[in-house]
Design a protein around this ligand. Structure first.
Ligand code: GLY
Length: 377
């Protein structure tokens, strides 16, 4: 164990591990604290890299950060593979956004018009063009649009790869929970503990539950579709993420709840919407139904940068629905900030100071944190 590292990262999800990797490759001595690396939100996450399809009304600054991070993904994935030999499942077929009924299409078109207005690459497709791209789509699907630049990666490959890359670059993993930041000895402490950041820092990070289902194509083959599909189906919002190894992720609910129970009703709604859009999914094997907790914030955007009143403590949390896509930009900007002392202008809208009440920021020791809360990321 290092005597006093330059950087301690609390949380070994993708964000924490990528920060550790980037810091270690800059020559800093790094430790990462987590009792169960990669067992949090990233274990559940679908891995969509979707700055276009997930550009929502009123989130202009977040959309800018998502776009900047998605642009870093090709080089990030290639660098990670070169460092570790691990294929992280980065795929570039793009995303089809589709509406099942006339009402679904009307709702979807309103969002696509907004996305086009702010300059994002959304290409409306006639039903025939949609089926040329994905013949497995149900004949009932009324219409759609292509977000060609929205890609995907497999989080369950990503996290082990990041861990290997960080360790090969010299970072040390400490498999234990951090209960108080005052227990951590380091030049700089980065809190990348997802929902656990709330108790450690007083920042307003809250769990937002998501349930999803994993299916597998029968016979050991690849799924019968190639694009990520984001569908509106009889008022349900669903996404379908095909992996080369035959897996299909069907997600996800968005619930203001703190449990990780899986309910029959949620699974029913997800599968009904999925099969309405792609009937062949009814023949797939049901592998897993699970729930995770996204680290949400009051404005749905991450919290990145120095904590006011807490010298030497940085936050990299609150990534909510975007932890995987935001991993490269978060890691680069936080590592740059630590190594140069200069904050990239991209960080400005996401500073912790937008939320921090002075009292919470000054509190030296928060309440004790259950171990599992440290692992969401
Ligand atoms: N970004 C997908 C989700 O949060 O469900």
């Amino acid at each position: 164990m290092l005597s006093r590292p330059d950087v301690a990262v609390v949380g070994a999800g993708p964000v924490g591990l990528a920060i550790a990797w980037r810091c270690a490759t800059r020559g800093l001595r790094v430790v990462v604290h987590d009792p169960a690396p990669g067992s949090g939100a990233s274990h559940v996450a679908a891995g969509m890299l979707a700055p276009v399809a997930e550009a929502y009304f009123g989130e202009h600054e977040l959309t800018g950060l998502l776009t900047a991070s998605a642009a870093r993904w090709p080089a990030f994935a290639a660098e990670l593979t070169a460092a570790t030999g691990v294929d992280v499942g980065y795929r570039t077929e793009g995303t089809l956004m589709v509406g099942l009924t006339t009402d679904d299409l009307a709702e979807a078109r309103r969002l696509w018009a907004y996305q086009q207005r702010i300059g994002l690459p959304v290409t409306p497709l006639r039903p025939s063009a949609l089926r040329d791209r994905e013949p497995a789509l149900a004949p009932r699907v009324r219409g759609g649009a292509l977000a060609a630049t929205d890609h995907q990666v497999d989080p369950r490959r990503l996290v082990p790869a990041l861990r290997t890359a960080a360790e090969r670059a010299g970072a040390t993993l400490v498999p234990a929970a951090v209960r108080r930041l005052s227990d951590v000895e380091a030049g700089v402490t980065v809190v990348a503990a997802g929902c656990g950041a709330a108790a450690l820092t007083g920042l307003p990070v809250r769990p937002v539950k998501g349930q999803l289902v994993r299916l597998r194509a029968p016979g050991g083959g690849a799924p019968g579709f190639r694009h990520v599909i984001r569908g509106y189906a009889d008022g349900e919002h669903v996404y379908l993420v095909p992996r080369s190894d035959g897996e299909v992720v069907v997600g996800a609910t968005v619930e203001e709840r703190t449990d990780t129970d899986v309910s029959a009703g949620a699974v029913l709604r997800l599968l009904r919407a999925a099969v309405d859009l792609l009937p062949e999914l009814a023949e797939y094997d049901l592998v897993e139904a699970l729930a995770g907790l996204r680290p949400g914030t009051p404005d749905n955007a991450p919290i990145l940068g120095p904590l006011p009143g807490r010298p030497g403590v940085l936050a990299a949390t609150g990534h909510h629905r975007h932890g995987i896509v935001l991993t490269p930009v978060t890691a680069d900007l936080i590592a740059d900030l630590i190594s140069t002392g200069t904050a990239d202008p991209l960080l400005a809208p996401f500073t912790p100071a937008r939320f921090t009440p002075a009292t919470a920021a000054r509190s030296g020791s928060g309440p004790s944190v259950p171990e599992e809360e440290h692992t969401w990321n």
